[in-house]
Design a protein around this ligand. Sequence first.
Ligand code: PHB
Length: 390
Amino acid sequence: MRTQVGIIGAGPAGLVLSHLLHLQGVESVVLENRSRQYCEERVRAGVLEQGTVDLLCETGVGERLKKEGLVHGGIELRFGGKGHRIDFRELTGGKTITIYGQSEVLKDLTNARLAAGGQIYFEVDDVSVHNFDGNEPKVLFTRNANPEELTCDFIAGCDGFHGICRPAVAKALTIYEREYPFGWLGILAEAPPSSEELIYAYHERGFALLSMRSPQLSRLYIQCAPDEDIQQWPDEKIWRELHKRLESTEGWKLIEGPVIQKGVSGMRSFVTEPMQYKNLFLAGDAAHIVPPTGAKGLNLAVADVRVLAQAITEFYKSGSRDQLNRYSEICLRRVWKVQRFSWWMTSMLHLFPDASAFDQKRQRAELDYVTSSRAAAESLAENYVGLPMA
Ligand code: PHB
């Protein structure tokens, strides 16, 4: 089998890339080792930047997003029992964010690709990448237990943090990494969101976040140990902790409901440089991980593949590799700024086990500053709604 771009991974990076290339007349094949159902049902991120929303709408996959997405004009930072709103619309000249689950984005993209005759192979096994330092890169895999071979011009490694593409070029890469001494315990609950907007809460018992997926579904998180045993957390205990950490002196109440999903995830910051080796390009979580506090993972993946799609299109139109050669440099400027923001939000809002009394006082001053200075709030808002595309 032959195509122009072999894409490993049918997550947001792989599917947006395949979609953008298709619109430019470039053919691709997407290989995914999980099932379609698994990809579309797994609960992941939920916040789309203005630029991500615009891209999906402008490229014809925003119909349901426009109908079902929840547009938010701000977030609340809560500490000392009081809420402080960061008004994105006012601070950024009208920009907003949209709550729409990653799983929904994937459904829309998968449907659009398949309707346009796009090739996505789910549940393939033993994927390996070869010859990407030459002109005939190859992807080997098995489908229905039969060995197959995909020859292409470029390989896009959109296969996530645990994927096979980054290890295949590890020798050419430098890794920058930081782990955090905590994780998040997250639940999805059949309860109407207790607030119209997201609440990021700083509390002496640890961070908590109130988010949502729809007018009937709440998504909530509490800071926990990085290796927290979910078995030790019956639903009642999670709710008790959420009540404490989200406490308010302003008459606000947390609405409970049946928990339909729960899990623990670790937190890390991770960047690989460069994001490219010869004809293999890394995008999304395969190239970088941000802690979730800035809600940036999916948006950064989309920003990567927007650059990559443009560079590949340019190559087929003009034969020039200039943009391809600059892929990494262009992406990494954004990646590092988003790393900075995600690290900053994480540091401001979490309880660090080794924090001194000085550190905690400074952390409270940071929250006080960001909620009382227009300059500081503007910086948060500008980053949260999404930095301009390069
Ligand atoms: C979510 O809704 O899952 C969510 C929202 C905001 C974050 C992280 C996760 O910062």
